[in-house]
Design a protein around this ligand. Structure first.
Ligand code: GRF
Length: 202
């Protein structure tokens, strides 16, 4: 059983998809904790499912590295990132760049979902940037997190067409409809060993 620590900042619809999938006893993975950098509304999904949550705010620490150390410790308390079965940290809408020390500890057992076809449109405004660039296609990428911003090895991608007149919200919602099942499928593939993260290390 692959242990998951999920990190979020917002509404948590990707977290909800993972919670729904892992509620099935046949699913080869379980969520052991959900963390956030803020009082994310999506934490309520974890609480409702009886899964421990924690909030660790960067503003409470002198440096991003220090914040990362506390975040790592909170995750390790739940058995992720330690021992022979380190599990997996899933950044599912965490709107923070994880500091280098955190990445070095967990990677490659550390993945992110990003609403664009990387390497196109990295960063926090991927959907807006795709629209501004006049892209006719964008999508979603699940990738291993490395020390760069959205630069780690790509695991899975799905394309989503941009429709004429799309607003940022409309396009993002359409991307998220593809993103949720892609994230669940990627976690399943990692849990079963079909996807070997050690082999995709950059
Ligand atoms: C997702 O599209 C994720 O890729 C992006 O923020 C969104 C989070 O959505 N970074 P939700 O909170 O899971 O609904």
């Amino acid at each position: 059983m692959l242990k998951l620590a999920v990190l979020i900042s917002g509404g948590g619809s990707n977290l909800k998809a993972l919670l729904d999938a892992t509620a099935d006893p046949e699913f080869p993975s379980e969520i052991v904790c959900v963390g956030s950098d803020t009082d994310a509304p999506g934490l309520a999904y974890a609480t409702a499912a009886g899964i421990p949550t924690f909030v660790i705010r960067p503003s409470d620490y002198d440096s991003r590295e220090e914040w990362g150390q506390l975040l790592a410790a909170a995750i390790q308390e739940h058995g992720v990132g330690t021992g022979p079965n380190p599990g997996l940290v899933v950044s599912a809408g965490l709107m923070r760049i994880l500091p280098a020390g955190f990445v070095r500890w967990f990677s490659p057992h550390l993945i992110n979902t990003h609403p664009a076809l990387l390497p196109a449109f990295p960063g926090a405004h991927a959907v807006r940037d795709a629209l501004a660039a006049g892209a006719t296609e964008t999508g979603v990428t699940v990738h291993v997190i490395d020390e760069g911003v959205d630069t780690g090895p790509v695991l899975r991608q799905v394309a989503v067409p941009v429709r004429p007149g799309d607003t940022e919200d409309e396009l993002h919602e359409r991307i998220k409809r593809e993103e949720r099942p892609l994230l669940v499928a990627t976690v399943r593939n990692i849990a079963t060993g079909e996807l070997d993260l050690a082999a995709v290390r950059s």
